[in-house]
Design a protein around this ligand. Structure first.
Ligand SMILES: CC(=O)SCCNC(=O)CCNC(=O)[C@H](O)C(C)(C)COP(=O)(O)OP(=O)(O)OC[C@H]1O[C@@H](n2cnc3c(N)ncnc32)[C@H](O)[C@@H]1OP(=O)(O)O
Length: 455
């Protein structure tokens, strides 16, 4: 997707819904630093965060220049320059099973001031962001959520989970193979050039990972403000293969009291190969003078349990819905991924008044590539406010097929949830015996989907 994000017209339905409240929906000009700075203040306030340091605000201003930034303004407010609601969006690739990247629209910074909540502003912003995503040609919209109760009503579903993994360091005995390369402790700034390429390769290996935006690595590596405690504590180790080529890195910090062993926290383990992944895990879990090793936003399917003699040394906690997906264009979304089994499956998708509504046929050939085509003659419906999926009343087709809502489609899309689980929950039905079992096999992903960042 390459176009000027400013060229997308402001969604008229969202504008009208906001105007009906006596408020104004505005697209911010990336050159207007004062307006963006006020928007940032509203954004952090909306998330109950402290006012940003100057270095963070400057960094955020830079990040926002590549995004579509929208605000809602109250002409009656004492401070009319600070928005009462915020949202931002930008095009980003999402890795799907098989390693391709699908054009997606990332939605972030959805906040409504505590003084203006529960009068439909977020609903209008969500409809506006879907309109933006469709105008940008995105196959789906995606987000990470503060609360799991908000986005289902807008057609989003959790598609990739994440968890905190804590390892009891004294119980660690490594039984995995030794990696053939070597580890190198490097200063964060030294890694800046290699990091972006390594991250791109790591993202392409895992369904659920999204393209990183310019600036994210600077934040992760602590390069925004070198004097900050976070930056001073951040250490980086890189894994190079036998030929001396960098294949991964991990950033970590050890927190400890005087004379006490510490806790190692890592939040960015990037591995472009399995050797790199194992070597970096080994480095982390074999640290001396450390009682625990803790990684947040890790996969729920980490191989580390099979690399330690005592799998009970590992505690998996805080398993959360992490990546939420809202399918907008089923043909583009489902034709991008690779499937676990061949077959032909009809999908009757209920997306009342939404763009994904209709009947489609998914055909998967021997190479796992899938092709989806619409088999009804429903014109692409204009986006209205989506609601929870309702059971379809369409006549069932004789072939193998399933009936599901757009939320359920989002849930199974990356292979993180089996259709049969949704069927047991009464949220998905088969049109002929055996269809759910076929859907389970077809939607399976070789690798469990996982997203390792917030956005
Ligand atoms: C992708 C992201 O950015 S995630 C970040 C989300 N933002 C935050 O958590 C910041 C703090 N919270 C907020 O700023 C606001 O409360 C928001 C953005 C979550 C909601 O804004 P509002 O303008 O109050 O929401 P709005 O009035 O449009 O409500 C729309 C619907 O969502 C529901 N809803 C809104 N907030 C919540 C919530 N926190 N939990 C459950 N339901 C909610 C409303 O009840 C309403 O339901 P219904 O119309 O289907 O009956």
């Amino acid at each position: 997707m390459s176009f000027d994000l400013q060229d997308i017209p402001l969604d008229s339905a969202a504008s009208a819904a906001i105007a009906a409240q006596g408020l104004e929906y505005r697209l911010l000009d990336p050159g207007n630093r004062a307006a963006l700075a006020a928007w940032i203040q509203a954004d952090v306030r909306g998330f109950h965060r402290a006012r940003p340091r100057k270095s963070d605000a400057t960094h955020q201003l830079q990040v926002l220049t590549d995004r579509r930034v929208l605000g809602v303004y109250d002409p009656k407010a004492a401070d009319r320059e600070t928005p009462v609601a915020t949202v931002s969006g930008w095009p980003a690739g999402l890795t799907v099973p098989g390693g391709r990247s699908v054009d997606a629209w990332a939605v972030s910074s959805v906040t409504v001031s505590p003084t203006h909540r529960r009068r439909g502003i977020a609903r209008a912003l969500m409809a506006g962001s879907v309109a933006d995503a469709r105008a940008a040609g995105a196959a789906l919209a995606m987000l990470t959520a503060t609360e799991a109760t908000i986005y289902g009503r807008f057609g989003y579903a959790p598609a990739a989970q994440a968890a905190t993994i804590t390892i009891d360091r004294p119980r660690v005995r490594w039984i995995g193979p030794a990696a053939p390369g070597r580890l190198e402790l490097v200063e964060p700034a030294e890694l800046r050039n290699d990091a972006a390429a390594l991250v791109r390769r790591a993202v392409a290996r895992t369904p659920g990972e999204i393209d990183r935006w310019p600036g994210l690595l600077d934040r992760v590596l602590g390069l925004i403000d070198l004097e900050r405690d976070f930056a001073r504590a951040t250490r980086v180790v890189r894994y190079d293969d036998e030929d001396g080529q960098p294949q991964g890195f991990v950033t970590y910090r050890i927190t400890r009291e005087l004379d006490e062993p510490g806790i190692l926290d890592f939040d960015f383990l990037v591995a472009a190969t399995d050797d790199a992944e194992r070597a970096l895990w080994r480095f982390l879990v074999e640290q001396d003078f450390v009682t625990a090793v803790r990684g947040r936003l890790r996969s729920i399917d980490e191989p580390v349990a099979w690399l330690l003699e005592d799998p009970r040394a590992i505690t998996v906690s805080d398993v959360v819905d992490h990546l939420w997906v809202r399918v907008l264009d089923p043909v583009a979304a489902l034709s991008a991924r690779v499937y676990g089994a061949t077959g032909t499956l009809t999908l009757e998708i209920a997306d009342p008044d939404g763009p994904a509504d209709g009947t489609f046929e998914l055909e998967v050939a021997g190479n796992g590539r899938g092709e989806l085509r619409r088999v009804d003659d429903t014109p692409s419906a204009p986006m209205a406010t989506p609601t929870r999926a309702a059971p379809s009343t369409r006549r069932s087709r004789p072939s193998q097929g399933i009936r599901l809502g757009v939320q359920e489609l989002g849930a199974i899309y990356l292979g993180g949830v089996r259709p049969s689980v949704l069927a047991r929950a009464g949220r998905l039905a088969e049109v002929a015996p055996g269809s759910i079992a076929l859907a389970d096999r077809m939607f399976a992903s070789e690798r469990t989907p996982h997203l390792s960042i917030w956005f």
